[in-house]
Design a protein around this ligand. Structure first.
Ligand code: PFF
Length: 461
């Protein structure tokens, strides 16, 4: 399906508003929800973390999501093109965002490849009793994280499969590929992950896990790092200020109701995130119960170790472990894949528009280049160290500077904020009040700047 763009050219569109919403949810709900949120919340004040988290959602998450939508839908292009049409000099911000997407997609694909292998390993608990040694020594073939080793066939095959599928989906187009994957994937994810959470909360020890996650430590609210963690989580999780939502909105029809869709997407994403926290920590409570220790004494509660070392141990202890292993790793694969699709769409559409390529050629070129880098970094080394470093740069300093630059460029330099607000209000049922401009023009950039300086000081120290 296509509509006519500003230059008279035909632009593809989602087949329906539902298709757009599911694709946007598919982008937002990803590895970040399942392996990032629970650990971050646990480390940053537990139940008290919900306060900065919800404040970040309302003061930056939703307002910047609306900004992304408005730019994409009005200027009908990927981030570099749409921002260029808004203000010529802003194109560079779009390319910065595209670079972040490219970097994230390279390691994101590796994590999905691990999840795909573990989906297979679930059948028969192939990870054995020592799950840490299985992941690091047997699977990633390195005794110390970050030490390179020979090409690991175990990682190479799933990684190749992930990239081949990505290229196929992208080459099939927005409605024919991206939308279809999400229309099938998201309901499947909700069912599969929902079943897993229900099982997890009914396991012995689940309440201890939930207490460990939700017992608030209010003193953490005075810690600036906790606020930084909340804002970073919101940006990564909602996929905002990365240019992806600009690209996705550019495929929306001109008169589609955008702000209401944004509320649905934001609500769905945060609900899924909290659901994941409940599921993951109930299961950890069960593990602690089986091992006769307190949840706080368990090791490996964050990042890749949580999913690929601690969780397999939980699953082995569960009755019906194969089913639950398959459900957990299957959920990671689907959630991750629909987000990876969006990451690569962001890059591929930008390249397509810049160089006047066809969608298929752009999909193949971008897919092959990203896959090659993915292989170079993750199939020949454990990549755990690279992953942490890159994740820290892209998700703290990278995306935050992108958000600051975009807000300032739109509101103060191009002075397009009012026009964008009128644009959204003319077509949407949920109207943006006069609060929106001060939020994106003053509050968000100031707060984000303070946050970024603090982060840089932390890194240097
Ligand atoms: N939102 C995804 C997650 O939570 O895992 C990750 C992501 C996708 C980040 C797309 C950024 C992005 F542009």
């Amino acid at each position: 399906m296509t509509t006519t763009g500003p230059t008279g050219s035909q632009r593809q569109t989602w087949t329906s508003n539902r298709g757009f919403i599911l694709a946007a949810i598919g982008s937002a709900v990803g590895l970040g929800n399942i392996w990032r949120f629970p650990g971050v919340a646990y480390d940053s004040g537990g139940g008290a973390f919900l306060v900065p988290y919800l404040i970040a959602l309302v003061t930056a998450g939703l307002p910047i999501l609306f900004l992304d939508y408005a730019i994409g839908q009005r200027f009908r292009g990927s981030a570099p093109l749409a921002l260029r049409r808004l203000w010529r000099k802003a194109e560079v911000i779009g390319w910065f965002q595209t670079m972040l997407l490219f970097i994230i997609s390279v390691y994101y694909a590796a994590v999905i490849a691990w999840a795909l292998s573990y989906f297979y390993f679930s059948f028969g608990n192939k990870w054995g009793n020592d799950t840490a040694s299985f992941f690091v020594n047997d699977y990633l073939k390195a005794s110390e994280p970050g030490i390179s080793s020979e090409l690991v066939a175990g990682v190479a095959w799933p990684l190749a499969l992930v990239w081949v599928l990505i290229i196929i989906v992208l080459a099939a187009g927005i409605a024919g590929g991206v939308e279809k994957v999400n229309v099938v994937g998201i309901p499947l994810l909700v069912l599969g992950f929902g079943a897993l959470v229900i099982r997890a909360v009914t396991l012995p020890g689940a309440t201890d896990g939930l207490n460990a996650l939700f017992t608030p430590d209010w003193s953490e609210l005075t810690n600036l790092n906790v606020w930084i963690a909340a804002y970073s989580q919101i940006f990564f999780s909602m996929s905002i200020a990365f240019g992806i939502m600009i690209a996705y909105a550019s495929f929306q029809r001109r008169r589609a109701n955008m702000t209401s869709s944004g509320l649905v997407v934001g609500f769905a994403n945060s609900s899924f995130e909290i659901l994941a926290g409940i599921g993951v920590f109930s299961a950890l409570g069960f593990l602690a119960h089986q091992e006769g220790v307190a949840v706080g004494e368990l090791e490996g509660l964050t990042g890749p170790i949580l999913s690929f070392v601690t969780f397999p141990a939980v699953i082995s202890e569960m009755p019906g472990s194969t089913v639950f292993g398959a459900l957990f790793f299957g959920s990671l694969v689907i959630a991750g894949f629909t987000s990876l699709v969006s990451l690569v769409v962001g890059v591929s559409v930008a390249v397509q528009e810049k160089f006047g390529l066809s969608q298929r050629v752009a999909a193949v070129v971008v897919g092959v280049v990203s896959a090659a880098l993915s292989f170079g970094l993750f199939a020949t080394t454990t990549g755990l160290f690279t992953l942490d470093t890159v994740d820290m740069f892209a998700n703290n300093i990278g995306v935050v500077s992108s958000a600051i630059a975009m807000c300032i460029a739109v509101v103060w330099l191009a002075r397009e904020g009012r026009v964008l607000r009128l644009h959204l209000n003319a077509i949407s049922t949920f109207k943006l009040g006069s609060w929106w401009l001060p939020l994106i023009g003053v509050f968000a950039p100031t707060f984000l700047l303070v946050m970024m300086i603090q982060k840089i000081i932390d890194v240097i120290e």
